[in-house]
Design a protein around this ligand. Structure first.
Ligand code: GDP
Length: 297
């Protein structure tokens, strides 16, 4: 399917192995391949361009070590740079949820995996961190979504806020806060309504909810297979409501994960977790090394 970057580069560099240093021309040729590989891995064009420029500066003039081929050396430089861009100052698995009850707002488009990720994360917080978690669905437009969260809650042994028909999202959020406070919960998670596309109504509703509870974390859940769309969604949510991190779902699929790089580059916000399946345990802490390897193929 995809030709790996290492394969491409070893072809490009076959005739250059005897040279002592990477010349500007060698690097240019190699970087053309790097750019194609990034685009095939779903990295957006401006991000791929910027990235290639950074690598170019690092690679030009670098001495070729004896033990590796120039192709391998460029792949290493690209790999290290990918990891550098994907790694932030923060520890992806550590959420800011110290003062109980800490609100976590889950946002995203419909079908991206928001409800599933809410429950997966609740399970993780309960089991790994020993937190008492309350979940509430604010999706008043789709009663099935509210029930879905309730079913998942029962399955993983995490409480959900009782459903009251006819309440507005902001009022449900306030009720969740109250129940979390009175009930001595450490964390309450708000699963907001998704839409098929970003629209003003959705955004202003999420803004209102955010203002009402002042979330400690606002996590955007996006489908890692949607490439450029995922990046646009991340940018828009970050501009409008400010996200603190990203959960990238469907990374068990055969996508190459380039959206992770684009999102990090565009929003500067960390990818925190990765969804790797439909089961409740299929949530992993984001590891830059693994995504970098995947992007390179
Ligand atoms: P929401 O509309 O954003 O709340 O999306 P859901 O949480 O209902 O998820 C939509 C579908 O995607 C469900 O069938 C989930 O089981 C599935 N799903 C969610 N996350 C993942 C994931 O990481 N990998 C896979 N393979 N499926 C997922």
């Amino acid at each position: 399917m995809f030709e790996s970057l290492s394969d491409r580069l070893s072809g490009v560099f076959e005739r250059l192995t005897k040279q002592g240093a990477l010349s500007a021309d060698d690097v240019k040729t190699a970087l053309r391949e790097v750019r194609v590989a990034l685009l095939e891995a779903d990295v957006s064009l401006p991000v791929a361009r910027d990235f290639v420029k950074r690598v170019q500066d690092k690679a030009t003039g670098q001495a070729v070590t004896k033990s590796v081929t120039p192709g391998q050396q460029v792949v290493k430089i690209v790999h290290d740079e990918l990891v550098a861009v994907l790694t932030g100052d923060e520890d992806p698995g550590k959420l800011k949820i110290d003062n109980p009850p800490a609100p976590i707002l889950m946002v995203g488009l419909q079908g991206g995996g928001k409800t599933t990720s809410t429950a997966k994360l609740a399970k993780r917080l309960k089991e790994r961190d020993g937190k008492r978690v309350l979940m509430a669905s604010l999706d008043v437009y789709r009663p099935a979504a509210m029930q879905q969260l309730e079913v998942l809650g029962a399955q993983i042994g995490v409480d959900t806020l009782p459903i009251v028909a006819g309440q507005k999202p902001v009022d449900i959020a306030k009720r969740a806060k109250q129940q979390a406070t009175l009930g001595g919960y450490d964390v309450y998670m708000l699963d907001t309504a998704g839409r098929l596309h970003i629209d003003e109504v959705l955004m202003s509703e999420v803004e209102q909810v955010s203002a009402a509870v002042n979330p400690r974390e606002t996590l955007l859940v996006v489908d890692g297979l949607t490439g450029q769309v995922a990046v646009e969604v991340a940018q828009e949510f970050d501009d409008k409501i400010g996200i603190s991190g990203v959960v990238l779902t469907r990374m068990d699929g055969d996508g190459r994960g380039g959206a992770a790089l684009s999102m990090r580059a565009v929003t500067g916000k960390p990818i925190r977790f990765v969804g790797v399946g439909e089961k409740m345990d299929a949530l992993e802490t984001f590891e830059p090394e693994r995504i970098a390897g995947r992007i390179l193929g």
